[in-house]
Design a protein around this ligand. Structure first.
Ligand code: ATP
Ligand code: MG
Length: 397
């Protein structure tokens, strides 16, 4: 029996004239994901990508990989038959056995997009329901809350029978919205922010600021490990590691303590601006959440924004820590994020940060020192590393 995977569109199905480019991007991303698993043929029709194995492949693994590809609304593995109800009926028992033998209830859903098929959808449902009950007499029908939904779709090029539909990652294909730079710390919030913006179709590359010797190699490794984990959803990613010690020391030595954190954040953003200019990123992403800490109040965010020359995306701004943590667990970054290595944000952090700084105060506090040269030097000394989907290179405990 021939089994194939259908990847059904999520939001792409709502696109108009430019839909083709989204589809192209999605197919490209899927091909990259499945390359290591085997050879497949890809075609697309009716808001669906047909993924047909050309050799003996592990379909379970393929389905698992597809679950983290943005742009897919649902994944369905199906047996394909000629469009003849008797053929489907003859094979249904065997194909559905793994899904139905230990289930208690089921229902059948039929869809007939090929209107020349002689049976209408309600008739297909009725007849296929009978076939299922003949094969699995222990089952009960439950149309509201079935354990298994058996689906038969009569499409242009065949009859597709399935008992498994998995919700996809949703969103838009990575790359379809351009690329942005994620300010990635070692905390819980910023990897979640990156995940959320990749879901909106952005390629997400990461920038991280380190302050040795105040921050350790382990702290940096932890962030690299997060970067590596993010490739699961974001695909290949570039990691920019910026030396930040001198800038932080200059802030410490030249600016009033209560403004340290906001000034530091503004300098991080100024460096990010220049990396965006140089490499063509169209936006900056952060893991800031309103009022979580002193540097994330409305007034502090105004000061940070004033340093930005690109749109700043803060997808977790309206979420509380519990909600953010839930996503971090789902994307498997949480356990790495809570490893106890220091971030440069905590270096020289003031005892009493000003929670409502005005931009005028901040600009005045910064004016006692010319940071521009240091910003340029930090960029010149930035290390660049690439992380590829599916490759494990960072080991940390
Ligand atoms: P997170 O959990 O993401 O670390 P947080 O709640 O600890 O966030 P802050 O430490 O105030 O918050 O950082 C706010 C945001 O600033 C982070 O989400 C991240 O986007 C950015 N950021 C902080 N430290 C760094 C760093 N060392 N390198 C890059 N970005 C950073
Ligand atoms: Mg942090």
């Amino acid at each position: 029996m021939k089994e194939i995977i259908l990847a059904k569109y999520g939001e792409i199905a709502l696109k108009g004239d430019n839909r083709n480019s989204f589809e192209d991007m999605l197919v490209k991303n899927i091909k990259r994901r499945l390359k290591k698993i085997g050879r497949f043929e890809y075609s697309r029709r009716q808001s669906t990508i047909y993924i047909e194995p050309l050799e003996d492949v592990d379909i379970d693994t393929a389905v698992k990989c597809l679950k983290s590809v943005f742009g897919i609304g649902a994944i369905q593995r199906c047996a394909v038959f000629e469009k003849n109800f008797d053929t489907v009926a003859q094979n249904a028992g065997e194909y559905l056995r793994p899904a139905l033998s230990s289930a208690k209830t089921f229902k059948v859903e039929a869809k007939r997009s090929d209107k020349s098929f002689p049976l209408k959808s309600p008739d297909i449902q009725q007849k296929l329901g009978d076939v299922v009950l003949d094969n699995f007499p222990h089952l009960g029908v439950d149309v509201h809350n079935p354990e298994v939904t058996v689906r038969l779709e009569i499409r242009d090029n065949g009859a597709y029978l399935s008992a498994e539909r998995i919700i996809g990652a949703g969103g838009l294909p990575v790359g379809s919205s351009g690329k942005a730079l994620l300010m990635l710390s070692g905390g819980i919030d910023s990897p979640v922010a990156g995940y959320m913006m990749a879901k909106r179709g952005l390629v997400v590359d990461c920038i991280h600021y380190v302050s040795p010797p105040y921050t350790s190699d382990r702290a940096r490794m932890k962030v690299e490990a997060l970067c590596e984990k993010m490739t699961e959803f974001c695909g290949n990613t570039i990691f920019y590691c910026v030396p930040f010690t001198e800038i932080q020391e200059a802030i410490r030595d030249n600016c009033p303590e209560e403004y340290f954190t906001v000034i530091m954040r503004r300098l991080m953003v100024k460096i990010a601006n220049k990396i965006c200019d140089r490499y063509g990123y169209g936006g900056i992403i952060t893991g800031e959440s309103l009022a979580q800490v002193a540097s994330q109040t409305l007034q502090a965010l105004k000061c940070t924004n004033a340093a930005a020359e690109y749109p700043v995306f803060r997808p977790v701004i309206g979420m509380d820590k519990i909600e953010i943590t839930e996503i971090a667990r789902k994307i498997d970054t949480y356990e790495t994020s809570i490893l106890p290595y220091e971030d440069c944000c905590t270096v020289f952090s003031p005892k009493h940060p000003k929670t409502r700084p005005s931009l005028e105060e901040i600009l005045k506090a910064e004016s006692s020192f010319d940071f521009d040269k240091m910003v340029d030097e930090a960029i010149e000394k930035t290390e660049v590393k690439r992380f590829r989907y599916g490759e494990k290179t960072v080991f940390i405990d």
